[in-house]
Design a protein around this ligand. Sequence first.
Ligand code: GLN
Length: 188
Amino acid sequence: MKKIGVLALQGAVDEHIQMIKSAGALPSKVKHPSDLNGLDGLVLPGGESTTMRKIMKRYDLIEPVRAFAKEGKAIFGTCAGLVLLSKEIEGGEESLGLIDTTAVRNGFGRQKESFEAELNVEIFSDAPFEAVFIRAPYLIEPSPEVSVLATFEDKIVAAKEANILVTAFHPELTNDNRFMRFFIEKMV
Ligand code: GLN
């Protein structure tokens, strides 16, 4: 069985644990660098990217997570996880720099703090994906290596580059595990 870790410092951790189980893999929580040993893939959950980065630094997780990706292991970031994985964050905050695009935090503004939208996702031809957005970011300036998987109001909200998958929304807050299954079956 594939082993998938969830960065468990802050944010929507338990929902991802459930979704990993429902997609047929074995979840575990990652709090320390040694928790990455033996994992096949890693999820960076939603939450607050500023706080998550601070705690990652305190637990010395930044470089080990970068090294995990450089080994070719797959990482799936949702919302704040997308922000942390992006090469740049608009405004210049530090990021892990693992997908070649820029994240615009809270990009949908105050009018749209949280909303749901039906998305056509490039990799799912069967049915649209009902996406839950919460103070969501979006992506700009993807390099040619980045595949855009979904947009909402012309803004990029799901993308993939090599072993990195990101969504601006929260698939773990729905019952639709297609993103997690895609991640585990096709990327891990
Ligand atoms: N707005 C948050 C950030 O920029 C992300 C929100 C979320 O993960 N739901 O970090």
